[in-house]
Design a protein around this ligand. Structure first.
Ligand code: NAD
Length: 443
């Protein structure tokens, strides 16, 4: 089948490449000229395991192409995916300007029936808004074409996006139109052979399903962070508690890790957007408010520990930071807890020496050159000349450090671990202080 994808970010590029890989003819459209030029030249602008080989392979076979020409994109196929960003607006609502701009563009160029398949995370009711914008665009041209707007939210995880797209847990299709449902079933059939993963529902429920999924995951994290704070004050060990509750299959081990707060481009913005949506219909979302509030507080916890250790006197200190990306296996630093930490350290007069396996360029892009940020090429280089170490992202490479060397290198011999990577006895046995989340600190 022929498919067009608008937006070549984490969602659109992965979706386009995965659809091309099963044999569909995919044309990806983006307004970002430099991104499209890079993709046309076989350079992948984001870090996502397995993505580069998938893109290059399918490009060579002619099944995956990139363009900035929206008219070509609209002409290419009856099936048009929307995978553009929906960043948070100032009031927390989802900013729909990119989604609606694409809707307008499609209406401007379509010369036959189209099915618009929305993969972007959008508030309930957006499919109707997209349809209204398209209807208006067609009316302005004085033409009539059949179209349908389907909600098909995306559930991929950054860092495992290719695998998630190739083997989705479920495929949500929000539509009341049997013809659109049939087309999407045909498109997704190769992903649906093992067992039926397709869940068809009305459009609004599909739109809400995406927010409900992210809000549930964010709730699990904030819940565990709440317990971690309690554990600290009660002298308990949250890691023992985690294992204790995870063993109950009704709770499970996934997503109950305490830490430095959730970040990334989805959870923070989607929880805020759902809160906004609730308020618009005069509903006070007590639980979601608390999830968000706990997370805001949690993102400062690591800095608070460091500041407490130095009794607020951080001026002139050098702090090594391991991990900049909001989670491992991605270069994405949107709303990353590392940013809260570094910005708080800078405000307190400290210097940061940071290392991340793939997010260094992104950090450079965000912060540019500044005297209090040194981006270095290895975990070891980060700790050299530093007083202490803060661990923010649980990359594999940080999981088994040479504690003896750290003890010799860090002048204040202390690790602040925002991810609870180690058994506290281990750094302690090398004479290192160890301050983690929800466990008794060893100073
Ligand atoms: P992104 O910012 O990485 O990419 C968006 C892309 O859209 C950019 O390349 C941008 O240039 C392009 N774009 C903007 N306006 C355009 C236009 N008019 N025409 C064509 N391209 C245009 O965003 P993302 O992380 O891929 O997220 C996209 C959507 O998917 C969001 O709504 C997000 O909430 C949702 N989502 C993201 C993830 C994730 O893990 N990143 C997972 C599930 C759902």
């Amino acid at each position: 089948m022929k498919v067009t994808v608008f937006g070549t970010g984490y969602v659109g590029l992965v979706q386009g490449a995965v659809l091309a890989d099963i044999g569909h003819q995919v044309l990806c459209v983006d307004v970002d000229e430099s991104k499209v030029a890079a993709l046309q030249a076989g350079r992948i602008p984001i870090h996502e395991p397995g993505l580069d080989t998938l893109v290059i392979h399918n490009q060579r076979l002619g099944r995956l192409q990139f363009t900035t020409n929206a008219a070509d994109g609209v002409a290419h196929s009856e099936l048009i995916f929307l995978a553009v960003g929906t960043p948070p607006d100032e009031d927390g609502s989802a900013d729909l300007q990119y989604v609606l701009a694409v809707a307008k563009t499609i209406a401007q160029h379509m010369n036959g029936p189209r099915i618009v398949i929305n993969k972007s995370t959008v508030p309930v009711g957006t499919a109707d808004t997209v349809a209204a914008v398209m209807a208006q665009g067609l009316a302005e041209r004085g033409v009539q074409h059949r179209f349908d707007v389907v909600s098909n939210p995306e559930f991929l995880k950054e860092g495992a996006a290719v695998a998630d797209c190739q083997r989705p847990d479920r495929i949500i299709i929000g539509t009341d139109n049997p013809a659109s449902e049939a087309k999407l079933r045909e498109l997704y059939a190769p992903f649906n052979r093992n067992h039926d993963k397709i869940v068809v529902m009305d459009v609004k429920s599909a739109e809400l399903t995406k927010y409900a999924a992210n809000a549930m995951l964010a709730t699990k994290i904030s819940f565990m962070n709440e317990i971690a704070n309690l554990a600290e004050r009660l002298g308990a060990d949250v890691e023992a508690v985690r294992r204790g509750i995870g063993s109950d299959p009704r709770i499970g081990y996934h997503f109950i890790y305490p830490g430095a707060g959730y970040g990334g481009s989805c959870f923070p913005k989607d929880v805020k957007a759902l809160i906004h949506t609730a308020k618009q219909v005069d509903f006070e979302p007590l639980l979601l408010n608390a999830v968000e509030e706990r997370n805001q507080a949690q993102r400062n916890v690591l800095f608070e520990r460091i500041s407490a250790f130095y009794q607020g006197k951080l001026r002139g200190k050098t702090v090594a930071v391991w991990g900049l990306a909001f989670k491992p296996n991605t270069d994405d630093m949107r709303e990353a807890p590392s940013r809260n930490l570094m910005e708080a350290l800078w405000a307190a007069g400290a210097t940061v020496q940071a290392y991340d396996p793939v997010a260094m360029q992104e950090a450079q892009r965000i912060y540019g050159e500044r005297p209090d940020l040194k981006l270095v090429e290895s975990p070891l280089a980060a700790v050299q000349g530093a007083e202490c170490l803060a661990i923010v992202t649980e990359w594999q490479i940080f999981r088994a450090p040479d504690f003896e060397l750290l003890a010799q290198t860090l002048s204040d011999r202390v690790i602040f671990d925002g991810r609870n990577l180690f058994d506290p006895a281990l750094p302690a046995s090398h004479g290192l202080g160890y301050v983690s989340i929800g466990r008794p600190a060893i100073e």
